[in-house]
Every structure is written in structure tokens, then in C-alpha cells.
Design a binder for this molecule. Structure first.
Ligand SMILES: *[C@@H]1O[C@H](CO)[C@@H](O)[C@H](O)[C@H]1NC(C)=O
Length: 177
């Protein structure tokens, strides 16, 4: 599949990180707890947990309308030029690419941390990408808006392993499980 990212109760409560005083400034930085919550919501979206509709609602609430995703790993996997500035998805495309396709479960968080004031770094491992011959590890840099929604997702990951798992790369490509 195209790699394009808890319960439904959380979907209703999009994280509000700050109350911009007049000029849209931040009065509060991302906390560890908020970082964990954002990552857990992303994992729930991938896993269609607890249902496809709930995952969709979670995604609609979590992603800002001007959401953008960029990833050279995805561009490389899809054979697209590595322009450096190319986007892989907007909000609707990202949601369709994850909620509208088979669920991906068994996602481990190896590390989650606030990064600076408005960002989160997430080091992850996907254990069940399609054929799941190879585990896939990667990093997301998640940027939050003043409303606590994700407005930018930058990610890089082992796209060779991903492509071998889901058949996007030919299987005579060499890697060892
Ligand atoms: C997700 O919800 C939106 C808005 O309600 C809808 O337009 C879209 O078709 C849904 N996507 C999926 C994959 O269910």
C-alpha cells in the first residue's frame, strides 16, 4: 500500500495544546502526555480501531485542514523524483490512503518525545506490513498547529523493507529477514 500514518472518545476531544492569546502564539509546549496521545491516535487510525468510521473521525479531528505530508522514502518507493519539497499527501489523500485501505496493526512505538515546542518525534516499528516478511522501522517528525492538530508530517523509513513486504519492489531485491 501507499505509505501515506484511541478509542472514539478521543476522536471527539482533539488535543488542544494552547490557547493563543490574540496573535496565535503558543502559551504551552507539547508535553510527553500529549505526544503519547497524538501517536496513539495515529496508531488507532492505522489499525482502524475501534472501527473504520471511528478511525476516520479520529483522523478528521487530528489532522489540520492544511495538513501536508512529505517523505523522500515514499517518493523513492513510488519511483517519483526526490525534489526535496515534494508532498506525498494532503489531508483527504492521507486519510483515504490509510482509512480507505486494509488496517495495519501491530505497530510499536520505540520512542516518543516532544521535539522543541511544537513538534513530536516518533520512532516506530511496523511488524505487519502486508506479507510482513520484514519489520519496518522509521521516524516521523510531527508538527502541531496551535490547536494541537497535525499540520505537517515529515517521515523517513526503511522503504526497501516496506516495498519488499507489500510487493512494490521486486522480490529479487536483496534484504534478509
Ligand atoms: C471519512 O469521512 C469523510 C467525511 O465524513 C468522508 O467524506 C470519507 O469518505 C470517509 N472516508 C472513508 C475512507 O471512510
Amino acid at each position: 500500500m501507499k505509505f501515506t500514518l484511541l478509542a472514539s472518545a478521543l476522536a471527539l476531544a482533539a488535543p488542544t495544546l494552547a490557547h493563543p492569546p490574540g496573535h496565535g502564539g503558543w502559551d504551552q509546549c507539547v508535553t510527553q502526555q500529549q505526544a503519547n496521545r497524538v501517536v496513539n491516535e495515529i496508531i488507532a487510525i492505522f489499525g482502524h480501531s475501534p472501527s473504520v468510521n471511528a478511525a476516520n473521525a479520529t483522523a478528521q479531528a487530528l489532522l489540520a485542514d492544511n495538513f501536508q505530508e512529505s517523505s523522500d522514502s515514499i517518493h523513492a518507493l513510488e519511483g517519483q523524483p526526490l525534489t526535496g519539497s515534494g508532498l506525498t499527501a494532503n489531508k483527504a489523500e492521507w486519510i483515504a490512503g490509510i482509512v480507505g485501505r486494509p488496517a495495519i496493526t501491530d505497530i510499536q512505538s520505540l520512542y516518543i518525545s516532544p521535539a522543541g515546542c511544537h513538534k513530536i518525534v516518533w520512532y516506530w516499528q511496523f511488524n505487519k506490513v502486508a506479507a510482513a516478511t520484514y519489520r519496518v522501522r522509521g521516524f516521523n517528525l510531527i508538527e502541531l498547529s496551535g490547536r494541537g492538530q497535525i499540520d505537517q508530517l515529515v517521515l523517513d523509513f526503511n522503504s526497501i523493507a516496506w516495498g519488499l513486504d507489500d510487493g512494490e519492489l521486486p522480490c529479487d531485491f536483496t534484504a534478509k529477514a
